[in-house]
Design a protein around this ligand. Sequence first.
Ligand code: 6GU
Length: 236
Amino acid sequence: MRIDILTLFPEVFDGYFGASIIGRASAAGIVDIRYTNFRDFTSDKHRSVDDKPFGGGPGMVMMCSPVFEAVESVRQEAESGESGEELILLTPQGERFSQPMAESFASRDRLILICGHYEGFDDRIREGLQPREVSIGDYVLSGGESAAMVLVDAVVRLLPGALGHEESTADESFSHGLLEYPQYTRPREFRGMTVPDVLVSGHHAEVEAWRRRQALERTKCRRPDLLSGEAERSTR
Ligand code: 6GU
């Protein structure tokens, strides 16, 4: 998969995307993450990417031209035979990001992410480019970059080979609509707290049944909305 990140701050991605699972997936050629700076698509001598809003008001607005030109430029680099591009605009006004959305993005050949800054985008960016607008939650971030990191992380770890052990994404929180069951590792006793006997019993079927009950119990207690299908509906 190729991921193009369009941003004014490409350097903020280096640390996180160079390490751990995404770093390994990049090194293994599973994902190719590239950066494009809107600043490289400006024509005036100040290299402006933002301007004052028409009608007045505080803050600055991202201008159309650098955003359109950056998108058009990365689109020209499409692989032949490539299908299924998804153009994504990170914005608190977007549809709420979720595990099913991550799964659908993971099936694409190419993602193009537009990260904004300042008070917002000239609305003709929405009108003209018709991106999928995505938000990672109901709070305001100072820019789309940290949201893009969240989205890319959730998508890349689903790509075949990214984790090095394929069964693991099927078992975790949200993939069955339930939270994950409790996990333990050595030692069997730590500061007076013990590991449930069933997990060291060697009875595979009992372990499975216990985990299923625990997952249900945790979900009922912490996220009853997931059981009622409320979470599904609220993402639509
Ligand atoms: Cl995608 N962008 C910004 N700026 N704030 C957010 C967000 C995105 N998602 C939640 N808050």
